[in-house]
Write a protein that binds this ligand. Sequence first.
Ligand code: DLL
Length: 433
Amino acid sequence: MEYWQPKYETMDQDELKKLQLRRLKKTIASVYENVPFYAGKFKQQGVVPGDINSLDDVCHLPSTIKQDLRDNYPVGLFAVPKKDIVRIHASSGTSGKPTVVGYTAQDIDTWSDLIARDLTMVGVRSNDVFQNAVNYGLFTGGLGVHYGAEKLGAMTVPSGTGNTVKQLEMMIDYGVTALHCTPSYALYLAETAEQMDILDKLSLNIGCFGAEPWSSNTRKELESALNIKAYDSYGLSEMFGPGVAFECKEQDGLHIWSDHFLVEVLDSDGEQVAEGEKGELVLTSLTKEALPLIRYHTGDITRLLESECACGRTTQRISRVLGRADDMLIVRGINVFPSQIEGVIANIPEVTEHFQILLDRNQHRMDEITVRVELEERAFTGELKDLAAVRKHVENELKVVLNIRTNVELVEKGTVPRTAGKAQRIVDRRNAL
Ligand code: DLL
């Protein structure tokens, strides 16, 4: 079986626009009626749903940012009653509280469709064995991709993360032909397989990698080490999760399913950029029921590409993600905001507010995050009597908020450089993209 929907994937541009407008109007009506946040925003902008009569009118609509989801934590932006929600996922926000996203049964079905299309596009079929080596919890990459792979009919191995040797064993024993994980974990898997001298026992053909930035050099490395074709998968929880944009076999830009998302790429003045130009990706969902979002500013910088592609699909295309418009860091697929770290440190009397975030790639090619923070002069007068105890305490507090383990380096007061302008908080020592 394959999951190719030519009706939508190769739609004539005029027809596609008509479909998008119809779906946009329905989405706008839903948020206007059901989400007080949007009703208020529309009023503020002096717009009513009836004013939107063409796709160009989208520029009159209010925007949405991650902060809006946080301000309405946990479910304030949902457009349907709780009884219609069948699942939630969540991703890190900047305040320590995650951003919660919800799905109706129809949303789960739509999302699975998107993933099944993506996997079909890169050649995964029902006779493939598909290993999904990402976290199966609140992160959208686990269950999201799993449902799509099942819909396609592939034998899906929900291996989750961790225990790399076991992951490789499963790949060999089950004859895994397609792998989904973060690119950094794929590098680690490849390296471990090489050390164990089992690369020739793998039957992998296809790798789908995403959830964090990666470069074309990493692609080359993965393709040659694992003897696969490696494809870029982009998505964000606010727009279902993975499945928003995906490379085709041309490996020349990512297709965004235009029947489900309205794409804008905006410059810093909020104007749509020309083809080939860089800007922030702004998405409006066209089919989401539980959490429709209007002009959602993803914070991801990309380049707008012409929609014509040698593969025959006519959807909007974008380049790989080139960076972030804000200071969100992605470490092992997890979103980390420096302001979260600042919040934790501010509440620990033994350390000052001066800190730096050091990002490294360890010998296993996995990202490591170290928080270097200064000790207060009288750090040991309270309950924490020595350096090790203070360090442990800071590490524990950070773990609670960030959901990942950080190393903490305690330094003497005055060591972290002071600048007149914006503090140089982040020292990224991972390979350049
Ligand atoms: O990372 C969804 C996902 C899961 C995508 C599995 C692909 C595969 P969030 O945790 O909400 O969702 O993080 C979304 O991650 O705004 C980007 O900054 C970054 N990101 C996701 N995919 C890519 C990619 C998932 N292929 C945020 N390249 C997004 C670069 C990516 N950055």
